[in-house]
Design a protein around this ligand. Structure first.
Ligand SMILES: Cc1cc2nc3c(=O)[nH]c(=O)nc-3n(C[C@H](O)[C@H](O)[C@H](O)COP(=O)(O)OP(=O)(O)OC[C@H]3O[C@@H](n4cnc5c(N)ncnc54)[C@H](O)[C@@H]3O)c2cc1C
Length: 621
């Protein structure tokens, strides 16, 4: 029997897990609505992926390109997502993103400006117009600073830092609490609550080469899955085309798409701009097909078609992989990204200061003088917790999710810049959704101490075992399996091998041993994270095996090309009654006629025309 008598406990109306952009925006909304809110985060407040976001936040403000509007943004998002996006989420996102960005400005965010003083917007892959509101290449930092400033002045919001959520507690299937632990002391912490908003970001640490930092072990996916929620379309993992490849210690660190948006070009070892050979049919009409036209775009983007370096991330990442496999790569297994020959040093240092310092300090490369070496890196999860588009509630009553840990909005591939806007839009909606749920609920649900005890025993087992396997070795094994068999290009036999390996890893995870006590014990943190990593890895692999087509971030050598049948279904994972993961397909709802028309319209039809007024009114509510 675990001794539960000295567990510290606290009571909130709502607990938000994760303090990146989605968690902060959700907590602000809850605070503004007068809810007693607890905000839990694994590391220090302000340390989240959102703070690392470089390129910008996509919103059809129309400040640089007045012809931009929500319909063109929606169309770009659907095309980028290969039409697998949740239609309603993509609609809400395109319509509400401008208001969320302006709101940030009202709260004190200082964006880069146009000459006439409006929020400046930059080009990014897959976006028809310059659409990303930005602050040099430190946009996420400014967003987090602004959101934190807003949050700390709110009453009713308590922040619990360096605290990891371990398990969601249920009362008759609905949310009742969260069991967490303080990372420093190892002490347990019980949060009693009526609702939980998960905002835990992604799970890139299941792969070795990733832009993700140590916190991103897929905890939100695992917490939701174990509580009975569903994970949707987990096969869609985004490999960003440009991560650092050299030296080995920094392999995977992101090189922002802003480099290409500001004129950088990709070249192979022969010096060719190879992207001209990889323009997909469906983007041909809007993409420059000669170097001359692509160069003219740099001077005047309104009269020329976009360079192929700005095709969507899945297309560029696959093209780089092909160049490397066919022997035209750079010395360290990537390709060259050159901005030095395209822009003067002053421009580069002003627009891309973080990139300048990153390469100078980590690789000894001066990007104002030489090209960078880059290659694909696991970056983002398009799949995630399945939620209702308008309220962000999962199928577990009282459990909400927003930001990267939720799924559906980005379909098969996310456009750059659409995450920062996604987390603002859906963070806010999750806060509203939680308030509505709580007001219909009344009293605090009951905590089942037997469930707490089981959770405590699971969490402390790696400390209590007399001997066992080193958790770091198991993590390495897991990352090797995902890198080797569930990478950017997949096939049946490799995915099946991965599943066999993951079964073995389950046995290993059940035997990990973290020597020492619970205080200051990184080995124990690693052992705990392994459970989430495994659920993340298994759900991606099983979903990837089921989807027999190639679409966006999911590419099958044995099923090349998109299939009209597969766009009609989602792949859904849930925990079966026998405790095993069940993964199956489910039909997707048909889109409303007006949205389908916008998604398939020509640009001429959208740029000047009025929208379906009724729908516009409805969504800004
Ligand atoms: C280097 C980099 C650059 C990027 N650039 C851009 C860009 O320019 N534009 C764009 O749109 N997107 C960009 N992205 C993607 C974008 O930053 C992320 O998708 C987005 O910030 C995710 O926000 P979030 O609020 O969902 O989660 P995050 O910001 O990832 O925050 C997750 C939070 O959850 C906490 N957490 C996790 N597990 C637990 C747990 N068990 N218990 C308690 N807390 C937990 C973490 O500590 C953290 O506070 C970039 C990503 C990276 C890595």
């Amino acid at each position: 029997m675990a001794d539960l008598s000295d567990i510290q406990s606290v009571e909130h109306d709502v607990v938000v897990i994760g303090a990146g952009g989605a968690g902060l925006r959700a907590a602000i909304e809850c605070g503004l609505q007068g809810l007693n809110t607890g905000l839990v985060c694994k590391s220090l407040l302000g340390k989240a992926h959102t703070v690392m976001a470089e390129g910008g936040c996509a919103a059809a403000l129309g400040n640089v390109a007045p012809q931009d509007n929500w319909k063109v943004h929606f169309r770009d998002t659907m095309r980028g997502g290969k039409f697998l996006n949740d239609w309603r989420m993509a609609e809400l996102h395109a319509k509400q993103a401008p208001d969320r960005v302006r709101e940030l400005e009202e709260w004190g965010a200082v964006f880069d400006r146009t000459p006439s003083g409006l929020i400046s917007q930059r080009n990014f892959g897959g976006h028809r117009y310059p659409r990303l509101a930005h602050v040099g290449d430190r946009t996420g930092l400014e967003m987090i600073r602004t959101l934190q400033d807003k949050l700390v002045y709110l009453q009713h919001v308590a922040v619990h830092m360096e605290c990891t959520a371990l398990e969601l507690l249920l009362d008759d299937g609905a949310i009742a609490g969260v069991l967490a632990y303080w990372r420093e002391t190892g002490r347990l912490f019980l949060l009693k609550t009526k609702a939980v908003i998960l905002a835990t970001g992604g799970g890139g640490r299941a792969w070795r080469f990733t832009s993700n930092s140590w916190e991103y072990t897929g905890d939100g996916f695992a917490l939701a899955y174990e509580a009975g929620a569903e994970l949707i379309n987990m096969e869609f993992t985004q490999f960003h085309p440009t991560g650092m490849v050299w030296p080995p210690s920094v392999r995977g660190i992101l090189v922002t798409e802003g480099v290409r948006g500001d004129g950088g070009v990709l070249k192979n070892s022969a010096g060719d701009r190879f992207m001209f050979s990889y323009i997909p049919e469906k983007f041909a009409a809007e993409t420059a097909d000669t170097v001359e036209e692509a160069d003219r775009w740099l001077a005047d983007s309104s009269k020329n078609r976009r360079p192929p370096e700005l095709l969507t991330r899945d297309v560029v990442a696959r093209a780089i992989t092909r160049e490397v496999v066919e022997g035209r790569g750079s010395p360290h297994g990537g390709v060259f990204l050159d901005i030095a020959s395209r822009r003067d040093p002053e421009f580069i240092k002003r627009k891309l200061p973080s990139m300048y310092h990153q390469f100078k300090e980590l690789a000894g490369v001066d990007i104002t003088k030489e090209p960078m070496e880059v290659g694909p890196t696991l970056h983002y999860f398009m799949g995630g917790i399945r939620v209702d588009a308008d309220t962000q509630m999962s199928r577990v009553p009282g459990l909400f999710a927003a930001g990267e840990c939720s799924g559906g909005m980005h379909g098969a591939n996310r456009l750059g810049g659409n995450s920062l806007s996604d987390l603002l839009v859906f963070g806010q909606l999750a806060g509203v959704g939680a308030r509505q749920y709580i007001s219909g609920l009344g009293k605090q649900p009951r905590i089942d101490m037997a469930q707490v005890e089981r959770a405590v025993q699971r969490a402390t087992a790696p400390l209590n075992r007399a001997e066992g396997i080193n958790p770091y070795v198991v993590t390495e094994h897991l990352q090797h399996v995902m890198d080797r068999y569930v990478n950017i290009v997949r096939q049946r036999d490799e995915l099946e091998t991965a599943l066999v390996e993951l079964e073995k890893l389950k046995q290993e995870v059940a035997q990990v041993k973290a020597p020492g006590a619970s205080q200051y014990n990184p080995g124990w943190h690693e052992a705990i994270a392994l459970g989430s990593l495994l659920i993340t890895a298994e759900s991606v692999t099983r979903a990837a095996l089921i989807r027999e087509e190639s679409r966006g971030g999911h590419s099958r050598v044995d099923f090349p090309g998109e299939s009209d049948e597969w766009v009609k279904v989602s792949v859904v994972a849930r925990k079966g009654v026998d405790g095993q993961m069940e993964v199956r397909t489910e039909p997707r709802p048909q889109p409303p006629a007006d949205l389908a028309q916008i998604a398939h319209a020509t640009l001429e039809e959208l740029e000047g025309s009025g929208a379906t007024a009724a729908r516009e009114k409805g969504a800004s509510a």
